[in-house]
Design a protein around this ligand. Structure first.
Ligand SMILES: Cc1ncc(C[n+]2csc(CCOP(=O)(O)OP(=O)(O)O)c2C)c(N)n1
Ligand code: SF4
Length: 324
């Protein structure tokens, strides 16, 4: 059957597949992302979720907030399990079922990378979604390969020797792209039309598809629940998060900020960056500018990437939920 094309969020069906009754924190970016992905994927879907916040807040045995068949085994296995589910369906002659795995950044960037790479390299007909809240949140906020430079976590603490994470975020998208998969895209919950179009494309493409969603996390980012979407938007406006897709080898920037907002505006809404001094902010700003130049120089003019001098200390507009 021909899929109805989803061009804007208004084209989405009202039918929910992640229902009420889940236990996510108020303002959870993961919950917003999954709810909307589920509305695009629709009825004929099977989901696998490894250990992560998502499994804890949606599916503690024997109940589940998903209206889809649901499977869970181990943390590192998302890529392998979704490939296995699809193979079993094919063996039974069942067509038209979307098999989706939804893992956190810990389960994708770090612990699940091998299985993800295997499924991508074989071009298995599955959809892999990385719900990136930039740390191992479910087990108490430990740093992952996705945690940005400077961020406080329990394993990248703030003290005399180090001031938050010293390494920059791993470019997982480049790793996935290097497998030559048919479709991959980065998503933001603050750009709903771009979001649903990409999920729709991922749904109807054959072969391995990868969606990477930035998901602000209230306790982990030490932010206000009411600011989740604003923070997600600033991530894109500052260039900390880039919205693009690679569709059968054609790379396209799907949203280009008019000019990059200084990264400090993004940092100051989050307690995890509260300790950052001028030097570290400048390092992060330079990293963003370099990232733009490297990735998009050929295709789009580099947005003005001016580095403003920081005149005052970072100020949180409201108290964070927990101080570092
Ligand atoms: C092999 C293995 N190592 C560690 C754990 C413990 N563990 C369960 S959930 C989790 C953190 C998950 O982090 P992430 O994938 O980023 O998802 P989030 O909780 O942030 O949504 C860890 C370390 C495990 N279940 N299996
Ligand atoms: S800890 Fe973060 S990712 Fe986990 S449920 Fe709460 S807001 Fe969502």
């Amino acid at each position: 059957m021909q899929e109805k094309e989803i061009r804007t969020i208004k084209d989405l069906s009202r039918e929910e597949f992640l229902t009420k009754g889940h236990g996510a924190c108020p303002g959870c970016g993961v919950a917003v992302a999954v709810k909307n992905i589920a509305r695009v994927l629709g009825k004929n879907t099977i989901i696998y979720v490894p250990a992560s916040c998502l499994i804890v807040f949606t599916a503690l045995y024997p109940s589940s907030a998903f209206k889809w068949p649901f499977l869970y085994t181990a943390f590192e296995n998302t890529g392998a399990v979704i490939s296995g589910i699809k193979a079993a369906l094919e063996r039974r002659g069942k067509q038209g079922v979307t098999v989706v795995g939804m893992a956190g950044d810990g389960g994708t960037f770090d612990i699940g990378l091998q299985a993800l790479s295997g499924a991508a390299e074989r071009n298995d007909d599955v959809l892999y979604v990385c719900l990136d809240n930039e740390a191992y949140m479910n087990t108490g906020i430990q740093r992952s390969g996705a945690t940005p430079f400077g961020a406080w976590t329990t394993t990248s603490p703030v003290g005399k020797k180090i001031q938050g994470k010293r390494e920059f975020k791993k470019d997982l998208d480049a790793i996935v792209a290097a497998h030559g998969v048919p479709y991959m895209a980065t998503l933001s919950i603050a750009h709903p039309n771009d979001f649903v179009r990409k999920v729709q494309k991922a749904k109807i493409t054959n072969g391995f598809r990868f969606l990477h969603v930035l998901c602000p996390c209230v306790p982990g980012w030490r932010s206000e629940a009411s600011k989740t979407v604003a923070i997600a938007r600033l991530a894109v406006e500052t260039g900390m998060w880039t919205l693009y897709e690679i569709d059968h080898g054609v790379e396209k920037l799907t949203y280009k900020p008019r000019e990059l907002v200084p990264v400090k505006e993004y940092l100051q809404l989050q307690g995890r960056f509260r300790h950052m001094g001028e030097d570290d902010i400048e390092k992060l700003q330079n990293w963003i500018c370099e990232k733009w130049r490297n990735q998009f120089y050929e295709e789009v003019p580099v947005p003005p990437c001016k580095l403003e001098k920081v005149k005052k200390e970072l100020i949180l507009d409201e108290d964070p939920l927990h101080g570092p």
